[in-house]
Design a protein around this ligand. Structure first.
Ligand SMILES: O=C(O)[C@H](O)[C@@H](O)[C@H](O)[C@H](O)COP(=O)(O)O
Length: 266
C-alpha cells in the first residue's frame, strides 16, 4: 500500500500508487471480512454497486481467493441498481455477474437482484420487502441502534459529483429516513430510473468501503473527506458516516491528489 492513515472522523484512508495495488488490497480486505463474518454468523451479506468497482474486485476470482473464500456463504445484494432488464448492458446485476459472480461458486439463490419487470417504485418496494424477510431469518443482521438491516459489507463507488449508490447531490432522496430502499426516476447519470439503499441503511452497515479512482474525482474526494468548514456542500459521499461500523476509503493516487487531511506514512 502506498499510504494509509486514519482520519479523526472520516474513517481509514488507503491510498495506492496504482490500480493493481488497490485491487490486491481490496480483494484482501473483502476476503478477510468474509472470513470473519462466516466465522461469527455463518454467512456474509455483501452489497455491491455498479461502475468501475466490479472490475477493481477482479482479483477475487483469481488464486488464492477463488479457493479460500467461502463463496457458498455469500448473500449478494445491490446498494443500487438501474431499473433495466437483467441482460441490458446498463444492469449492475449483469456487470457483477459477467465480471465476478459467474466466475466463482456463489449459490444462485443467494444472489438477490431486483425484479426487472416492474416500475422503479415497485422494484424498490419489493427489494425492501425481500431484505426485510432476510433480516427476519438473520441472513442479514439487524442494527443495534435502529431497526435497519446491518449488512456485513456495503461496497460503494463515487462519481465526480460526489454521488454514492444512486444518492445524488441535492436530491430529495438524501432525506429519505423511513424506507430502506427507495427509487428515483431522474438520475443525472444515465439511465434515469434506479433503486437505491437509503443513507440510514448504508450508515447501519458493519463495514462500508468507498472505492474511488481517477483524477476527475480529486475535488470530490477532497470535499468528501477533508475538513472543509461549515460551507461544505452536502456531498452524498460526505454523508456516509457509519453509526457504529467501520468506514474505509480505497483511493488511487490521482483521485487523492487534492486530499490535505492526512500525514502520509511510507
Ligand atoms: O450504478 C451506478 O451508477 C453506481 O452504483 C454509482 O454509484 C457508481 O458506483 C459511481 O457512479 C462510480 O462509478 P465509477 O466508479 O464507474 O466512476
Amino acid at each position: 500500500m502506498a499510504h494509509s492513515c486514519v482520519h479523526k472522523d472520516r474513517g481509514e484512508l488507503r491510498i495506492y500508487e496504482n490500480l493493481n495495488e488497490l485491487s490486491t488490497d481490496l480483494a484482501d480486505y473483502i476476503a478477510e471480512l468474509s472470513e470473519v463474518s462466516v466465522k461469527e454468523r455463518g454467512v456474509f451479506a455483501i452489497a455491491l454497486s455498479g461502475g468501475s468497482l466490479i472490475d477493481l474486485m477482479g482479483k477475487l476470482y483469481e488464486a488464492p481467493y477463488n479457493k479460500t473464500v467461502d463463496w457458498a456463504k455469500w448473500y449478494i445484494f445491490w446498494a443500487d441498481e438501474r431499473v433495466v432488464a437483467k441482460n441490458h448492458s446498463d444492469s449492475n446485476y449483469k456487470l457483477a455477474k459477467d465480471g465476478l459472480l459467474s466466475k466463482v461458486p456463489v449459490v444462485p439463490s443467494h444472489v438477490h437482484s431486483i425484479n426487472d419487470t416492474v416500475t422503479a417504485e415497485e422494484a424498490a418496494d419489493e427489494y425492501g420487502f425481500a431484505i426485510r424477510q432476510l433480516v427476519k431469518t438473520r441472513v442479514i443482521s439487524v442494527s443495534d441502534t435502529s431497526d435497519c438491516p446491518k449488512f456485513d459489507l456495503i461496497l460503494l463507488g463515487m462519481g465526480s459529483d460526489g454521488h454514492v449508490a444512486s444518492l445524488f447531490p441535492n436530491h430529495s432522496v438524501l432525506e429519505e429516513k423511513d424506507e430502506w430502499v427507495t427509487f428515483i426516476t431522474d438520475s443525472p447519470k444515465p439511465p434515469p430510473e434506479r433503486i437505491t439503499f437509503t443513507l440510514p441503511v448504508i450508515n447501519s452497515a458493519s463495514n462500508v468501503a468507498v472505492v474511488i479512482t481517477g483524477g476527475n474525482k480529486a475535488e470530490a474526494v477532497h470535499l468528501a473527506i477533508d475538513d472543509v468548514g461549515p460551507d461544505c456542500p452536502s456531498l452524498p459521499a460526505r454523508m456516509v458516516q457509519p453509526t457504529k461500523g467501520k468506514l474505509v476509503w480505497f483511493i488511487d493516487k490521482p483521485a487523492a491528489l487534492k486530499l490535505d487531511c492526512c500525514q502520509f506514512s511510507e
